[in-house]
Design a protein around this ligand. Structure first.
Ligand code: NI
Length: 254
């Protein structure tokens, strides 16, 4: 069964059929799901989803696009969720210079602050990094993120950077992009990285794999991602599903 390590079922894209969709996950081979918070509201909704569905786990964190109005009070609220059994990570946190919604110093400040939360609680981190390769790595090194555990979600950088992250003990999150015709760089990374360092993730409702590119994504489509990884690495589909599941269980201690 598949372990989905990154989805946003709190998103309004699922408002009309969330319950129906989540109830069909098991019959489609999806065993566990980590719902990832991106805003304060998203975090609260994530906690609620973990209470409602036995197979849904949660990550609490604020996405770099959403850090503009954060306060220390908000950090206290995040901290209060961390002791719950089904909250298994801090995320998604990081830097996004592609949308560039908040200035870089603000993004860096809250990335570091939320890494502190991970240090305090012992939870792994789920890192979002887009068009910010150098700063992300520099900050993580300066903050001794090698003492933490985690995943670089929606991995989009070079093989060389992948090596650096794997040396720090980090996993690489692989999703729909690996099936895209223009996903050459990610295909190279997947070929290069040992399967022991990969996690399956959708980022649903975003980034649906081929043949659903551009449509609303959901965890069921991870079968296409796993198939593509199996082809690239020359292993069976079952090997990809089982190994990435074990990787996720180890990282998130589930
Ligand atoms: Ni995400």
């Amino acid at each position: 069964m598949i372990f989905e390590t990154h989805a946003h079922y709190d998103d309004e894209a699922f408002d009309k059929d969330r319950e129906k969709l989540l109830e069909t996950m098991h019959s489609h081979g999806i065993e566990k799901i980590i719902n990832v918070g991106a805003s304060l509201k998203g975090v609260r909704d994530t906690v609620a989803l973990t209470e409602r569905y036995p197979f849904v786990y949660g990550a609490v964190g604020i996405h770099p696009d959403e850090v503009g109005s954060l306060t220390e009070e908000d950090m206290k609220e995040l901290r209060s969720y961390c002791d719950r059994e089904k909250i298994v990570a801090i995320g998604e946190i990081g830097l996004d210079y592609y949308w560039d919604k908040e200035n870089h110093e603000t993004q860096k400040k809250w990335f570091v602050r939320q890494m502190d939360l991970a240090k305090e609680t012992g939870l792994p981190i789920i890192v979002h990094s887009r068009d910010a390769a150098k700063d992300t790595l520099d900050i993580m090194k300066a903050e001794r993120a090698d003492h933490l555990r985690g995943v670089i979600h929606c991995y989009s950088y070079s093989k060389e950077h992948a090596r650096e992250y794997m040396n720090m003990g980090y996993y690489l999150g692989v999703g729909g992009v690996v099936t895209f015709k223009n996903g050459k760089r990610l295909k190279e990374v997947v070929e290069y990285a040992p399967l022991d360092y990969l996690l399956l993730e959708t980022d649903a409702p975003y980034l649906a794999p081929e043949p659903y590119r551009g449509k609303r994504n959901c965890s069921v489509y991870l079968t296409y991602v796993a198939q593509t990884i199996a082809q690239i690495k020359g292993v069976s589909y079952e090997t990809v599903v089982e190994t990435t599941r074990k990787n996720a269980e180890k990282l998130f201690k589930i």
